[in-house]
Design a protein around this ligand. Structure first.
Ligand SMILES: [Zn+2]
Length: 125
């Protein structure tokens, strides 16, 4: 038995504010997606070994193998879905935030978290 805890620590670069913020840095993977995919992967491994045992001629392993593989596939797809949705939501949020930081009055690009334009003092949405 191995206890494969301690997920991969996604090192997150410190948030920088400023105009030069580029899009498309490493996406932050939601924890639920990591758990779903890794547990799904473990189940897939288990299912494949069941399949191997069934292939050796041991009876009663084919149905559990198919079941476990099906569950693993569903979990991995769910995890992938969660990841993809999080990525889309994040880029949408970033786009909206950048749009908000663009001053309606003078067109100045403000730093992250600003509530007031630093160039003309107009309130930002
Ligand atoms: Zn302004």
């Amino acid at each position: 038995m191995e206890d494969g805890e301690g997920g991969p620590d996604a090192h997150q670069p410190p948030r920088m504010d400023g105009e030069g913020a580029e899009e498309g840095r490493g996406p932050v993977i939601p924890v639920s997606a990591v758990i779903l995919v890794s547990v799904g992967g473990m189940l897939l491994f288990l299912g494949l070994s069941f399949l191997l045992i069934a292939g050796l001629g041991v009876g009663g392993f084919r149905i559990p193998a198919a079941l476990v593989i099906a569950i693993a596939a569903v979990m991995m797809m769910l995890g992938w879905n969660v990841w993809r949705r999080a990525r889309i939501a994040r880029s949408e949020r970033e786009m909206r935030e950048r749009d908000r930081l663009l001053c309606d009055y003078c067109g100045g690009q403000n730093a992250e978290g600003a509530v007031q334009c630093q160039f003309c003092g107009a309130p930002l949405r």
